[in-house]
Structures are given as structure tokens and as C-alpha cells.
Design a protein around this ligand. Structure first.
Ligand SMILES: Cc1cc2nc3c(=O)[nH]c(=O)nc-3n(C[C@H](O)[C@H](O)[C@H](O)COP(=O)(O)OP(=O)(O)OC[C@H]3O[C@@H](n4cnc5c(N)ncnc54)[C@H](O)[C@@H]3O)c2cc1C
Length: 462
């Protein structure tokens, strides 16, 4: 083993890669990590973190409006996009430095370079023009927004990467896509005062989430003033003489906007990094194929996170990194557990969800109980805001286990984190019923829905 420069070389300094490098180094392994852009990866630099900061920024107009009912007079507010971008930049630079320092502090080497595989034990560092060798190699190169070369005028479109750093806030934007990134950005831009249209090819936004939540969020977003056009796709984008963009939709409608953002999926970063040459198996979509322990078809090469196209979330990449460490360095083979992952959509209102949707539960269980409450949260009473909160528990009638929990409303993401625990533990509806409510909260509804709203037996609602 000593014949190699390193025990472990990690390619990609994002959520998964940094965690694996830091922990392996802290175990005394000789570790190096290469990052071609900025340490912290998608999550810190152009994903979760800046996104959430922009969500906060976009919520202030509603807070100002709601304040009146509580007796406050808020003078006319104004917003400066450049201040937000500059402050966001400061914060992510701070986090980026911490990520890098944590690896170095644990004893790992960091390289600011693109890394390319030369053979199963050698990595070429482009910026350094040199090759290093390693016993084990971990690929954690993440993904990037899918482009749309077939769209005429695609060169005028931006992606989430660019949306964070626009020089000017557009007056009007069209966002194409129906996943969580498209929906979150639609809410962000709308909250910041941008005339926003969401265009999605499916029947309803946010496929894979519970249909109740999808419909309710759709309705609420429209009430706020976000235009949602689905099913529809853009067919052509053209620059107008005034420098704006005309988008022709499949419906025949034309939109005139200042920016078109495509959020139509993400693809794994596996090109031009020597993978095919070394013989690493890729899927049809270009993702690295791994076994249940995140090992590729080559014994000493592993892959975790978005590049494997399993579940594309930061905590999942981190969990896969920790399992990789157990397997590769602690002689304790550990397969990542992708079951019952709590998650949030930072829309306005927010979605928090864990477990099976009603539709999926009905497909898998013959007797399903649905507990559903729709109510105006207390904070919206004095403010006069009409928005309702939706809470729903999906229960397997036979075992009484709670197999799904879905929330739409303020702080739903925070609640989903806590609901993840009883669902992961396989607790029953009776356990929920035995739990004392915290009053007055919105979350108390989760333990006070005693009677099923309806049941679905063998696909029939009874
Ligand atoms: C807009 C947006 C919002 C998101 N919001 C959330 C959220 O709210 N919650 C959540 O859980 N997840 C969210 N995600 C997803 C989350 O960011 C990813 O799942 C996570 O970052 C994946 O981590 P990773 O380590 O697999 O890859 P990444 O974090 O993408 O890191 C990969 C790194 O590898 C580098 N790299 C690539 N190729 C090479 C090479 N050849 N040599 C050297 N370096 C290379 C890249 O520059 C990158 O820094 C969001 C993503 C986006 C785009």
C-alpha cells in the first residue's frame, strides 16, 4: 500500500467528497481531494445554501404585509438585489473556507484542480500537470443542470447556476420545469417582485409528492400571482429588438420575459474524466453504476452522491460518504439506507414530507387510512392571510404503522425532519395518539387527528 502516494484520493469537493476525505483523514489515512471549482460543491456554492438564503429574502414582502394585522405600520420597503447577491457571496465564501480547512485540519491534502483518471490507481491533476497515485479512489463529482440543445434559442436561457448571480433582477421570468428547483425559484423570484411564469410539461407540478400537496401548493401559488402553465413546453426562444425574450409555448401562447430559466433535470458529471478509458461502467444516463456499497465495477474505485443518480440530496451524499468509510476503511461493510428519507420543498408555503404518498400507499397496501386536516394557521388569523395549512398522515390499516406524513404550510420542512424519526422507527398511529400535543402550535394537529378522514380498501375509498 505504501507504494501509492495516498490511501484515498477523492475527486470532487462537494457534500459527499469533503465528508469522506475529512473522516478518512481523521482516521489517519493519507488522503487527498481535488475540486475543480469551489470547495463546498453544489450545495454550498450554488444549491441548498444560497437557495435558502434567497427564500428568506423573498419572504419579507409577506412578513411586511402580515405585520399590519398585528398593529405594525411598516414604511414602504425597497429591495436591492445586488446587496442580496453580495451578502450571499460573503456567506458562501465563509463556508467554502470552512469546508477546505476541515479537510486540511484533519490532515488531508487539498488540490484546486480538475482531476482525471489515468488508470485504476492514478489521477492526473490538470492544474498541477502531474499525476498522483492512490490505493482507493472515490468519485464524488456531483451533477449539473441538464441543458436543452434541441430548443431553438436555448443559448439565451439560464440555469439555476446563473440564477443566483444575475447582474439585474429581471422584471419578468419564465421558469421551465416542475421539480423542486423550478418550484422554489418560481417562489423566490415572485417574492422578490418578479412577474413569474412556471411552465411544466406534466399535468401537475412536483411529481412524486403527494397529490393533495401538489394541488394545494399549485392553487396557493396561483393565488399569490405566480402563473403556472401545465401541461406545456417551450418550443422556441427568440430575442426581441428591445433585448427581451419571446418564448413560444406548445399551447401556441407567446410569453415576453427578460430571463428564461431551465430547470428540467440534472445530469451526472462523468464526461471527459477518463472513466471510459479505465473501464468504469456508466448507466444510459451517464451515471456511475455502483453496487449497494457504492463500489463501481472496479474493486478500488467507489462513487457516491449525485454522480450515482440514486437520491440527489445533500444528506444522502453525506450518508453515502459515511457508509463508504465504514466499508472501505473500518472493515464494516455498510450499505446506505435510502428508505424513508424526509425532505422539504422550500416553496411558499413550504412542503415537508416523509414516507409514502397516498397514491403510492394505496398501490402497496390493501387497507389505507388517511388522516387529513386543512386549517388556517394561527399566525394567519390576525394578518388576514387566507392561506391554509394542510397536514396528512397515511396509515397502514393492518399494522397501524404511519407510512406517510405530508405537510404544506409554514415550517413544514422543520416538521418533516422530526416526523422522519417516528416513521423511520416504524411507529404506529397509536403512538402518535399517545403523544401529548404542544399547544398552541400548528404541529399539534399531527397528534390530534384521532379519526380517519377516509379509508381506501383495495383501491376503493370507503
Ligand atoms: C438549486 C439547487 C438547490 C438544491 N437544494 C437542495 C436542498 O434544499 N436540500 C438538499 O438536500 N439538496 C439540495 N440540492 C441538491 C444537493 O446540492 C446535491 O444533492 C449535493 O450537493 C450532492 O453532493 P455531491 O457531493 O454528490 O456533489 P456536489 O455537491 O455537486 O459536488 C461535486 C463537486 O465535484 C466537482 N467536480 C466535478 N468534476 C470534477 C473533476 N473532474 N475534478 C475535480 N472536481 C470535480 C464539482 O465542481 C463539485 O464541486 C440542491 C441542488 C440544486 C442545484
Amino acid at each position: 500500500m505504501a507504494a501509492y502516494d495516498y490511501d484515498l484520493f477523492v475527486i470532487g469537493g462537494g457534500s459527499g467528497g469533503v465528508r469522506a476525505a475529512r473522516v478518512a483523514a481523521s482516521l489517519g489515512k493519507r488522503v487527498a481531494i481535488a475540486e475543480e471549482y469551489r470547495f463546498g460543491g453544489t450545495c454550498v456554492i450554488r444549491g441548498c445554501v444560497p437557495k435558502k438564503l434567497y427564500v428568506y429574502a423573498s419572504q419579507f414582502p409577506e412578513h411586511f404585509a402580515d405585520a399590519a394585522g398585528y398593529g405594525w405600520t411598516v414604511p414602504e420597503a425597497s429591495f436591492d438585489w445586488r446587496t442580496l447577491v453580495a451578502n450571499k457571496d460573503k456567506e458562501i465564501a465563509r463556508l467554502e473556507a470552512i469546508y477546505k480547512k476541515n479537510v486540511e485540519g484533519a490532515g488531508g491534502d487539498t488540490f484546486h484542480s480538475r482531476a482525471v483518471l489515468v488508470d485504476p490507481h492514478s489521477v492526473y491533476l490538470v492544474a498541477e500537470d502531474r499525476t498522483v497515485s492512490a490505493d482507493q479512489i472515490l468519485i464524488a463529482t456531483g451533477g449539473r443542470p441538464a441543458s436543452h440543445p434541441a430548443l431553438s434559442g436555448h443559448e439565451y436561457c439560464i440555469f439555476s447556476n446563473e440564477a443566483f448571480d444575475l447582474k439585474e433582477l429581471p422584471k419578468a421570468i419564465m421558469i421551465e420545469g416542475g421539480g423542486y428547483i423550478a418550484v422554489e425559484f418560481a417562489n423566490i423570484f415572485h417574492g422578490l417582485g418578479v412577474d413569474t411564469t412556471l411552465v411544466y410539461r406534466g399535468q401537475e407540478i412536483l411529481s412524486r409528492f403527494d397529490m393533495d400537496l401538489r394541488r394545494s401548493l399549485h392553487e396557493t401559488m396561483e393565488k399569490k400571482g405566480i402563473k403556472i402553465l401545465c401541461p406545456a413546453v417551450s418550443e422556441r426562444v427568440r430575442k426581441t429588438p428591445e433585448g427581451r425574450l419571446d418564448v413560444l409555448l406548445s399551447s401556441g401562447q407567446t410569453l415576453t420575459v427578460d430571463q428564461v430559466m431551465l430547470a428540467i433535470g440534472r445530469i451526472p458529471n462523468t464526461e471527459n474524466m477518463g472513466l471510459e478509458g479505465v473501464g468504469i461502467e456508466l448507466s444510459k444516463t451517464g451515471a456511475i453504476v455502483v453496487d449497494r456499497y457504492s463500489r463501481t465495477n472496479l474493486d478500488n474505485i467507489w462513487a457516491i452522491g449525485d454522480v450515482t443518480h440514486r437520491v440527489q440530496l445533500t444528506p444522502v451524499a453525506i450518508h453515502e460518504a459515511m457508509c463508504f468509510i465504514e466499508t472501505a476503511f473500518k472493515d464494516n461493510p455498510t450499505a446506505p439506507d435510502h428508505d424513508t428519507i424526509p425532505t422539504a420543498v422550500f416553496s411558499q408555503p413550504e412542503i415537508g414530507t416523509v414516507g409514502l404518498s397516498e397514491d403510492d400507499a394505496i398501490k402497496r397496501f390493501p387497507d389505507v387510512e388517511i388522516y387529513r386536516a386543512s386549517f388556517r394557521p394561527m399566525r394567519h388569523t390576525l394578518s388576514g392571510r387566507e392561506e391554509k395549512m394542510l397536514m396528512k398522515l397515511v396509515v397502514d390499516g393492518a399494522s397501524r404503522k404511519v407510512i406517510g406524513a405530508h405537510i404544506l404550510g409554514p415550517d413544514a420542512g422543520e416538521m418533516a425532519q422530526l416526523l422522519g424519526i417516528p416513521l423511520k422507527a416504524g411507529l404506529t398511529k397509536d403512538d402518535f395518539d399517545r403523544t401529548m400535543a404542544v399547544h398552541p402550535t400548528a404541529a399539534e394537529e399531527l397528534v390530534t387527528m384521532y379519526k380517519p378522514t377516509y379509508r381506501v380498501k383495495n383501491g376503493e375509498r370507503v
